[in-house]
Design a protein around this ligand. Structure first.
Ligand SMILES: Cc1cc2nc3c(=O)[nH]c(=O)nc-3n(C[C@H](O)[C@H](O)[C@H](O)COP(=O)(O)OP(=O)(O)OC[C@H]3O[C@@H](n4cnc5c(N)ncnc54)[C@H](O)[C@@H]3O)c2cc1C
Length: 331
């Protein structure tokens, strides 16, 4: 049973749009939010990959207080979007931000949670408000357990929903409210497009979700040349290349390659960690790997606790040795 709230808290909903309006998942989430929160407390932020006319939103996203949207969003100006959303959070003194889970919100919402000293709750199935408290439902332990997380009152929470659980409760119907619409226009920052190009080149490689062997690069890798070498090795080994989050944050790798809590969960036959420390947020996404091999220069790196085979040494020397071995084998 959903408890309607009368409180004055503002809620931001981050949605994805296309030429026709909202994506179906976003439309579902918005509809659900409208049933839980009062219309005048809702602000919609729509990230559109196509050029969208704001008239589309006016017909589809009524009954919210405000709409902010940006067109032609492909992640290139993620930092500006983050700053713009944060300014809305601050202006509204908002404590709750709910987003459809996609490649961009997986980057934006954890950062918003960190900026606002709050918590991120990913892959939520649904949520309710009870006694002014937000309670989120989530499956854990690979779907074996359903957990209910309560977000403490007055604490900032960023919630992402990958697949909204079907809701059987009655929605309250609000009065019709015409939102104020703001079009955010951003310029891609110089330099970032260079990184994006290298990411696009890499995208043609094997998929980390289906490959038997995944080479995973960590923060030890600092530039395109070092990363390109790993892609060359991956080709020789018929492997895919994944990464830890710092590589994505630095624009060196695409979010689709990120493994972990705010990335993807992989289950290859062989996981090879190259200069990966083994932080819990990363381990969450690789613990289903059948065999784990770790290469790290620090003997006490946490990754070794999860490894079947470990090598303490320089990762770049190891990559060179493996290249020589696989090249000789090919000849
Ligand atoms: C809310 C939240 C969500 C997060 N989600 C994710 C996520 O989804 N995925 C993720 O990966 N992280 C995630 N993180 C970040 C995570 O906490 C770690 O910061 C991150 O995983 C560390 O990445 P790393 O191992 O590459 O870097 P580091 O921890 O910096 O480790 C680098 C390692 O490389 C080794 N090294 C350096 N140079 C060499 C060399 N020449 N030879 C051999 N070894 C070398 C070092 O000894 C070190 O162990 C998240 C964090 C937060 C707060």
């Amino acid at each position: 049973m959903i408890n309607m709230i009368n409180m004055m808290d503002k809620v931001i909903v981050v949605l994805e749009g296309n030429q026709k309006g909202l994506s179906s998942q976003s439309a579902e989430i918005l509809k659900y939010c409208k049933g839980v929160f009062a219309a005048e407390h809702l602000t919609a932020i729509v990230l559109c990959q196509d050029e969208v006319n704001e008239e589309v939103f006016k017909t589809e996203i009524f009954n919210v207080a405000q709409i902010f949207y940006t067109n032609l969003f492909d992640g290139t100006y993620l930092n500006q979007v983050l700053t713009a959303i944060q300014s809305v959070v601050e202006a509204l003194k908002c404590k709750t931000i709910i987003g459809v889970e996609n490649d961009y919100t997986k980057q934006l919402l954890p950062q918003l949670a960190a900026l606002n000293k709050g918590q991120i709750l990913g892959n939520i199935l649904t949520f309710i408000k009870q006694d002014n408290q937000l309670i989120c439902k989530k499956e854990i332990q690979y779907g074996k357990v359903t957990a209910m997380y309560s977000v403490p009152k007055d604490k900032f929470a960023a919630i992402t929903i990958a697949q909204l659980e079907k809701c059987t409760s009655e929605f309250k119907r609000h009065e019709t409210l015409t939102p104020e619409v703001t079009h955010w226009q951003f310029e891609a920052q110089e330099g970032l497009s260079v990184d994006i190009q290298s990411v696009v080149e890499h995208k043609t490689q094997k998929d980390i979700m289906t490959s038997d062997v995944v080479l995973v690069i960590g923060r030890a890798f600092k530039n395109k040349e070092q990363i390109d070498k790993v892609y060359e090795l991956a080709k020789l080994m018929n492997a895919a290349v994944g990464c830890t989050r710092p590589l994505v944050d630095q624009g060196l790798m695409d979010i689709s390659s990120q493994i972990g809590q705010t990335g993807r969960s992989i289950a290859p036959k062989v996981y090879i960690g190259l200069g990966v420390s083994g932080a819990t947020q990363h381990i969450t996404g690789m613990m289903k790997s059948a065999t784990v091999i770790a290469i790290n220069e620090q003997q006490d790196a946490p990754i070794f606790k999860y490894a079947n085979y470990g090598y303490v040494g320089d990762v770049f020397e190891t990559v060179d040795l493996l290249m020589t071995y696989f090249k000789e084998r090919e000849e």
